[in-house]
Design a binder for this molecule. Sequence first.
Ligand code: ZN
Length: 305
Amino acid sequence: MRKSSILIVIVAILILGTAVYFSLAQKQPNRQSSAPKIAVSIFPLGDIARQIAGEEVEIVTILPRGASPHTYSPSPSDLVKMQGSKTLLIIGQGLDDWAANLASDLPGSQVISMDKDIELLQPPEGILIGEEEEGEEGADPHYWLSAKNGKQIARNISEALVQVAPDKADIFQANLSQFENKMDALDAEIKGLFASKANKKIVTHHDAWQYFTRDYGLDWIGSVVPSPGKNLTPQQLATLQKLIVDNGITTIFIEPQLDPQLSSTLAEDLKLKLVTLDPAGSAEDTKTYDDLLKLNAERIAATLQ
Ligand SMILES: [Zn+2]
């Protein structure tokens, strides 16, 4: 090889190396190490917060995916996760008190419930109508299962983000507007899935779906486990069986976070299908809050005639 050829090769290698260096550098997230951090209790809040915050605020979600917020006991490692965050966003209404209790161990941290300006519903009575529910406190906490409420949650999250990073308010506002448009479209899309269904009656494993059924015109007949850890009495189970038969129910919706045993037995006895819903977002296919709403809507719609 001639000297000039060697020179050309060396220059080419230098140019290529520089190009690769800069393209890799650009792929690094531009989150600065000084980005403020906030903690949230469960995945739906964490993902909405991620969409509004972009790279400007670090979001840490406490509940591991696959765990139920109703039955979770935090570990010391959850406290470590929250280190460096002075703000914790929760659902409230008793669902994620475990997270609020953790925050009380961190000096100077504030806990903000995301239910501001959301029309909260009382816990559903369903087949327990007329019976006193013991130990029920607060409203039905599953308000994130509605695209309309998702928009309001995003506004509440946005306010909290402005508190921790006031100089990024414009970015949060732009992301919020985009998110609100997306939720409007998703809301219409989900309504469309159910519009032509003749039988809109459903039976679920636990009482998570009241906001969803209200917004999308479904008729919630009852649930097998009124609230996690609480079983129906034999009389209530008999009532539920009768309702299932009388209302032409074909499917019981179970959930990955909760033991499906009672639903399985019921499905076997009454020859019903079991279909999995995912209210908290633990499946591989719910990468975003949007996925979570859409996936559940599609799974319910697929069982209705
Ligand atoms: Zn629940």
